[in-house]
Design a protein around this ligand. Sequence first.
Ligand SMILES: O=C(O)c1ccccc1NCC(=O)[C@H](O)[C@H](O)COP(=O)(O)O
Length: 246
Amino acid sequence: MAPAVRSILDAARERPGGDSRVAVDDARSLPAAFAAAEADGRTPVVAEVKPTSPTTEGETDRDPVELAEEMVAGGAAALSVLTEPEHFGGSVENYERVREAVDVPVLRKDFLVTEAQLDAVAADVVLLIARFLGDELAPMVEAARERGMQVLVEVHSEDELERAVDAGAEIIGVNNRDLAALEVDLGTFERVAPAVPEDATLLAESGISTPADARRMREAGADGLLIGTAIMDGDPRENTTRFVNA
Ligand SMILES: O=C(O)c1ccccc1NCC(=O)[C@H](O)[C@H](O)COP(=O)(O)O
C-alpha cells in the first residue's frame, strides 16, 4: 500500500463515530438519478467536491456549497463530498451543508472502517472500499442498509469484485487508481467491468480527465462516472457540462 494510503487508513482507524445511530428515511436514489440523466440525454456524472488529496498540490478555499451548486447547474446527476479531514480537507459539516443545498443524491466519500463511523452523518450513499474492509465488508454493507443508506462498494480487481458481489453489493465502483502505487490506469475499469453483474449499477472512478476518457469508460460499460480533479480544476460548472455532454 502506498505510504499516503497507509496514513489515510491509520487516521481512519483513529476517527470516532457518531454519538447515536442515524436513520435515513429520505435517501435520494443514485440509480434513479442516473436513469433521469440518461432520459434527458446527460451522461450520468457524479461530480466530486474534493478540496485536496495526496496527489493534488494545495487546497482550494472555495466554498463547498458554491462548488456543489455549480456542479449541479452544470448537469451533474449526483455529487460526491469528501468527509475525510486529514488528507482530503473534507468534513461531515461540508457534507451536511451540501446535501441541504442541492436536491441530487450525495455520496459520502470517506475511508470508513467501523460501523460507528456510519453514524457521523446521515448520507444518501456511503462509499465502502473492499480493499480496506476485508471480512468486515458484508457486515458494513448490512449496517449501512439498516440505517437506510445506499452503498457504493469500491473495487480495483476481479478478486475484490467477487467479494463485493458476495457481500450483496448493488452499486459497484471500479477505481482506476491503484491504492498500492497511486497510479491511474483506465484499463483497470475495462478489465474488471465485464465481470460485474448486469443488474448492478456500475461506476467508473478516478482518472477521468477528458471527454474522450468519459466516452471510453461508457463504452466499457459504465452507468455513471465519478469525476473529481478534472471538475475541481478551473470552472466546476463548465467542466461538469463538458463531461455531461461527452
Ligand atoms: O485522489 C487521490 O489522490 C487519492 C489518493 C489516495 C487514495 C484515494 C484517492 N482518491 C479518492 C478518490 O476516490 C477520488 O477522489 C475519486 O475517485 C475521483 O478521482 P479523480 O477524478 O481522479 O480526482
